[in-house]
Design a protein around this ligand. Structure first.
Ligand SMILES: [Zn+2]
Length: 289
């Protein structure tokens, strides 16, 4: 299993990819999280990171329209998965000074119908497969929100058949999930969208809750980052420190971005077959809608 994971990492050029895409800071990030809303946000009472999946917000067609190609999207899915073991879990463990090796996954089914299911089926299957094969046992608990009542009924039948440890990891909840979530998550850490108090609003002119973009949590404590915003901030600092200010600085950062893009191009080439498959699946998905 270990060698499999090593081979897979090499095959997809994961280390290189991670250098090129900062999971918390890349150009298309807002578009990705608006249309593929699966993100990390704060922690539960035990210190486990929360991982939200708002399946009703899925919109791969819009993602494409916003200029995010299926290749690029798949790369962001990969770095998002990678940051779990590379940054998210270690940071939570550091903050709470104990071993934390799993996350609390919260899947909201509100607005999730058949057409969205067909859109995401293949991609979701691929990303779940990757989690299972290469990042095993990182799901400590799963809560499904807004499950249709038929789903809840079936779960009540199935639950006793499962091993207790497995069954205890899963909660299938209807629309009245709030109290149950608050048993294990502080109100301040729970996003407003699912009945909590957190809105992650910024002061930079953006209105409305931004929990889906903030990536708020201990993993951001003291983190410098290497994406375009970090580069811009660096440029600003060096411009301020120069008495006259050097206009070539901002040009440099554009060049850096360009160099990164060309690195990314070579990664695409190395993964041509995988990318082709993703494209086919996307086409399949959009024709199924
Ligand atoms: Zn928030």
């Amino acid at each position: 299993m270990f060698t499999d994971a090593q081979n897979w990492r090499k095959k997809v050029g994961l280390d290189e990819l991670y250098k090129n895409i900062d999971p918390f800071d890349y150009l298309e990030r807002e578009a990705v999280f608006n249309c593929w809303p699966m993100w990390f946000h704060k922690t539960d009472k035990q210190g486990r990171p929360l991982n939200f999946h708002f399946l009703g917000g899925l919109d791969l067609e819009r993602l494409n329209k916003e200029g995010v190609t299926p290749e690029r999207h798949w790369e962001t899915v990969l770095v998002n998965a990678e940051c779990l073991t590379r940054e998210i879990l270690p940071a939570a463990a550091r903050k709470y000074e104990k071993e934390i090796d799993s996350v609390f996954v919260i899947v909201d089914l509100k607005g999730f119908g058949l057409s969205k299911f067909w859109q995401m089926k293949n991609l979701a299957q691929r990303s779940f497969q990757i989690s299972q094969d290469y990042y095993p046992e990182t799901m400590g608990r799963l809560a499904i929100l807004n499950a249709p009542s038929s789903f809840t009924l079936i779960w009540n039948v199935i639950r006793p058949w499962l091993a207790k440890e497995t069954a205890n990891k899963v909660d299938i909840l209807g629309p009245d999930y709030r109290e149950k979530l608050l048993e294990s998550i502080d109100e301040e850490n729970l996003p407003w969208a699912v009945g909590g108090k957190c809105r992650c609003e910024t002061e930079d002119g953006h209105e409305g809750p931004r929990c889906h973009l903030s990536a708020n949590g201990p993993w951001l404590d003291g983190r410098a980052g290497w994406g375009p915003n970090a580069q811009k901030a660096q440029t600003n600092v060096s411009e301020k420190s120069n008495e006259i200010g050097d206009p070539s600085e901002s040009k440099n950062s554009t060049n850096r971005q360009r160099i990164q893009d060309s690195d990314a191009q070579s990664i695409y080439a190395n993964r041509a077959s995988e990318v082709e498959q993703v494209k086919e699946e996307q086409l399949e998905a959009s024709s199924a809608v």
